[in-house]
Design a protein around this ligand. Structure first.
Ligand code: ARG
Length: 407
């Protein structure tokens, strides 16, 4: 964008987390872009970071601030569909940041329209996924010609420079934010940067907040019964919970037993491998439990299709294409397959390990009568042999035909 041709001060709506980069951006938008800054903080369950966010925005120079509580919407419209899709990117990452970005962008877009803003701004770097997610969703809501200002990307701002700028404005950056780049919401806590950029370096304990190290976890196991209705969790140990409370409860409880850490090499959208560390006790647990229930109620053919659709859904969302038309079709199919995912899963968590120890469902395809070696139905020898004969016919015929030509 070219601000020189603008008449008067432009009005910018900034997606403000209260963190290092976006705080610096308030200052930069005013000083370098000569803009009036309206900050929008979307509460997706990031807790600590929210404290004093409004005061900080005003102190750094915002003219107006909004804090929007979107926790319920985040769980219902973004996290729950991810549970239904067993969304683990590269079989590892439950997509916390990837799910929150389109929601934050939507809220920022709504405020931008309401305020008649000239531009929107965010704090993403030019090396990450979040810039893709923000830009794509903002364009979807505001039109592809929208002015998006991304000062970190445009000025190639380093974290050290951000710290310097904030210090100059009288802000002391907390030691944890000096060491790592953290992004937190109800679904996951991501810790990047600093010492973690060496992939051989074990993450130090201070990087973690939601999970206990194994040696500090209790000496007894935690048993959990999680009940699902049409693919969504609604009861824990027999008690019905509000969605947000349930996720908070599971994160706290399961994390305290040492489960929920992830440390892996991730393939970013823009073609870079990065070392990512996460904490996501509730997400990993709910997805494991949900998958197990699917194994019990879906036919093998349905399971194959489900895995394929889940993979497409997960990649789209990771890659910032929340608004892609394909997702609409995937959601319909994934919802349809979740119709039978009703029942209970029993889990055991002990010193950082999680195992499934029981499951039941009114739609169960498991039949004790059919499977038992001790009692109930038994195929006749003719039935079993006849099945095997026809079942193996292609394989045996092919081998024979090929052998005859080759010999
Ligand atoms: N690598 C993760 C993702 O792309 C986490 C991003 C975390 N964002 C951050 N600003 N620290 O979804």
């Amino acid at each position: 964008m070219n601000i020189e041709y603008r008449v008067g001060m432009m009005k910018v709506v900034l997606a403000y987390s209260g963190g290092l980069d976006t705080s610096t951006i308030i200052v930069l938008l005013k000083e370098k872009y000569d803009a009036e800054v309206i900050t929008v903080t979307v509460d997706v369950g990031q807790k600590g970071e929210l404290e004093g966010v409004e005061e900080k925005a005003y102190e750094l120079g915002a003219s107006k601030h909004y804090t929007i509580d979107a926790k319920k919407e985040f769980i219902e419209e973004y996290v729950f569909p991810a549970v239904k899709a067993n969304a683990l990117y590269e079989d590892k990452y439950p997509l916390g940041s990837a799910l929150a970005r389109p929601l934050i962008a939507k809220k920022v877009a709504e405020i931008a329209i309401q305020e008649g803003a000239d531009a929107v701004a965010h704090g993403c770097t030019g090396k990450g996924n979040d810039q893709v997610r923000f830009d794509v969703t903002l364009k979807a809501y505001l039109g592809s010609e929208v002015d998006i200002i991304a000062p970190v990307r445009e000025l190639r701002l380093t974290r050290a420079r951000s710290i310097e700028i904030l210090n100059k404005h009288g802000y002391n950056v907390s030691s944890i934010h000096k060491k790592f780049s953290i992004d937190e919401n109800l679904w996951s806590r991501s810790i990047e940067g600093g010492i973690l950029e060496d992939p051989m370096e074990e993450p130090p304990e201070e990087a973690f907040e939601w999970t206990k190290p194994y040696h500090e976890a209790p000496d007894h196991p935690l048993y959990l019964d999680i009940e699902f209705r049409e693919g969504l969790p609604y009861k824990v140990n027999g008690e019905v919970y509000d969605e947000v409370e349930m996720i908070e409860l599971l994160n706290g409880l399961i994390g305290s037993y040492g489960y929920g850490r992830i440390d892996y090499i991730e393939s970013r959208v823009i073609g870079l491998k990065s070392r990512e560390v996460y904490e996501a006790p509730a997400a990993l647990t709910l997805i494991e439990a949900h998958k197990e229930l699917e194994r019990m109620v879906l036919t093998p053919k349905e399971l194959r299709l489900k895995k394929y659709l889940d993979g497409l859904w997960t990649d789209l969302v990771y890659q910032g294409l929340w608004i892609d038309p394909l997702k609409t079709h995937l959601d319909i199919a994934i919802d349809s397959l979740n119709k039978y995912v009703t029942g209970k899963v029993k889990l055991k968590v002990y010193k950082g390990a999680l195992v499934i120890v029981g499951r039941e469902s009114p739609y169960s395809l498991y039949s004790k009568d059919l499977i038992s070696y001790d009692e109930g139905w038994y195929p006749t020898s003719e039935e079993a042999e006849g099945f095997i004969k026809l079942y193996s016919l292609y394989s045996l015929t092919a081998n024979k035909a090929r052998k005859e030509v080759e010999n």
